[in-house]
Design a protein around this ligand. Structure first.
Ligand SMILES: [Zn+2]
Ligand SMILES: [Zn+2]
Length: 140
């Protein structure tokens, strides 16, 4: 496996790189992720913020307050509309250092097959027709 992982949006206006390998992949079924993707869930690959770099472009962002009370930033390409990034807004109040991660939508990786999900969260928010990979650990 290569030492860095790259990706970007459909039109190429936004490009990113993890300078060290991302540390996790999971599925989130929360309502915010459903609106972000326009479907039942999102597959995200993530790693520490210091390992993440935007190489090109600046995605458009909006902020939402999650159930945890944390403010989460969601970023997308304002040219092609591709959903790209999810990361906590660090304000020194809600976050512990271990929360300082950047997640990318797995479909925006140059190689979307490079990782596979470890678990799913907020599955109780998923619509009745949602399906999960076999054997996946599910958290309500
Ligand atoms: Zn784009
Ligand atoms: Zn979510």
């Amino acid at each position: 496996m290569p030492k860095t992982v790259t990706g970007g949006c459909r039109c190429g206006a936004v490009r990113y790189e993890f300078t060290s390998l991302p540390t996790f992949m999971h599925i989130c079924c929360c309502r915010d992720c459903q609106y972000f993707t326009g479907t039942d869930k999102v597959f995200v690959v993530g790693g520490p913020r210091e390992s993440f770099e935007l190489q090109k472009g600046s995605p458009r962002t909006y902020e939402v307050v999650a159930d945890s009370g944390a403010t989460i930033v969601r970023a997308f390409c304002d040219t092609c509309g591709c959903s790209l990034l999810i990361y906590p807004k660090i304000d020194g109040v809600f976050y512990k250092p271990e929360d300082d991660v950047v997640e990318v939508c797995a479909g925006t990786l140059d190689d979307p097959s490079a990782f596979s999900p470890d678990f799913a969260v907020f599955v109780s928010r998923a619509p009745s027709w949602t399906a999960f990979p076999k054997g996946l650990m599910l958290h309500e």
